[in-house]
Design a binder for this molecule. Structure first.
Ligand code: HEM
Length: 298
């Protein structure tokens, strides 16, 4: 029996913290760090919060002995990319979410402290859900996420040693909101591939091949490829603002294919026009083991 970490399957939360950490030079995982990882799910549950801790390819062997998740690998480098998708120097992701930002802050702070003998933070972002799940572009984000009954199949490794785990990708996007807001709504809709007010998909005749939706909807053998997204807006008023993108999947391959169609013209000569209005400034690829695997670290 395997149980996924609590932050993976539930519907969107009002607040989140995304913390990327990297290994301190020459340091090995210590007893305090192991205890923190082993107890995280219980601490989150006690505070009515959800969360995930996940490990990148370079650090995985520091934490777990034996065979690693078969597809765990670095953040992809996409051949022919004309838009940036930088990989951060990050080994561990802590993604906490829930309804109480104060509790999430305390938990994230306590984790960073408990892990400090082994890891140092490289990015630390508080994110929030806006009314109707709207991104700062004004468009609803998350509509086509898998339904509750499809989520386990989409997000979790089904069997083998690492069953109940999930492959995660994160990217911090910084929006060019001044430019975006000058764009007439009709053109914004052509960039996204959906209507702004009503959040309807544009008809095929109206939807450009460069629309965000056209890039990320990929059909293979009659089936649409799916990821579970937990992205949320973040930022400082008047300062840097954007979307913290996070996807969960039973394989890293689907995110890699979607990102390739967004940033590289190699498939059909086109890229995602959304990227004229936002740019990725961080990126990470991680694996979140099941709760049972984490508990073994204690
Ligand atoms: C859909 C925004 C990045 C994958 C959407 C939608 C919006 C949106 C507004 C339509 C509503 C919905 O179904 O959720 C954004 C923004 C991004 C971003 C603002 C970055 C700044 C990405 C990335 C990927 C991705 C990096 C994957 C590599 C998807 C998928 C859908 C989607 C799979 C659902 C498509 C469908 O089934 O219709 N996104 N997105 N998005 N996005 Fe993004």
């Amino acid at each position: 029996m395997t149980t996924p970490q609590s932050g993976i399957l539930p519907l969107a939360s009002s607040h989140a913290y995304f913390v990327l950490l990297r290994r301190r030079l020459g340091r090995r995982i210590d007893a305090k760090s192991r205890e923190c990882l082993a107890n995280l799910q219980a601490r989150l549950a006690a505070q009515d919060c959800l969360g995930v801790v996940a490990f990148g390819a370079d650090a995985f062997g520091d934490v777990f002995d034996g065979p690693r998740p078969a597809e765990l690998r670095a953040f992809p480098r996409i051949p022919g990319a004309v838009h940036a998708a930088p990989a951060s120097d990050a080994d561990v992701l802590i993604h906490l979410r829930g309804e109480h930002q104060d509790r999430l802050f305390d938990l994230a702070d306590a984790c960073v402290d408990a892990l400090s003998g082994w890891l140092e933070p490289v990015e630390n972002v508080a994110a929030f859900r806006r009314a109707e799940g709207r991104d700062l572009t004004g468009f609803v984000d998350g509509t086509e996420n898998p339904d509750a009954d499809e989520r386990p199949t989409v997000a979790l490794v089904a069997d083998g040693d690492w069953a109940g785990g999930s492959y995660i990708h994160t990217q911090r996007y910084v929006h060019r909101l001044d430019t975006w807001q000058k764009l007439p709504v009709k053109q914004q809709e052509a960039v996204m591939g959906r209507t702004k007010a009503d959040d309807e998909e544009l008809d095929d005749e109206e939807k450009p091949a460069t629309a965000h939706i056209s890039r990320v909807v990929i059909e293979e053998n009659g089936e649409e490829l799916a990821i579970l997204r937990h992205s949320l807006p973040y930022g400082t008023p008047g300062g840097e603002r954007g979307l913290y993108f996070a996807s969960y999947c039973h394989t890293p391959v689907i995110f890699e294919k979607m990102l390739a169609r967004m940033i590289s013209p190699t498939s059909d000569g086109r890229v995602d026009h959304l990227l004229n209005y936002t740019r990725a400034v961080s990126g990470g690829a991680f694996f979140a083991p099941s709760r049972e695997k984490l508990a073994m670290l204690g």
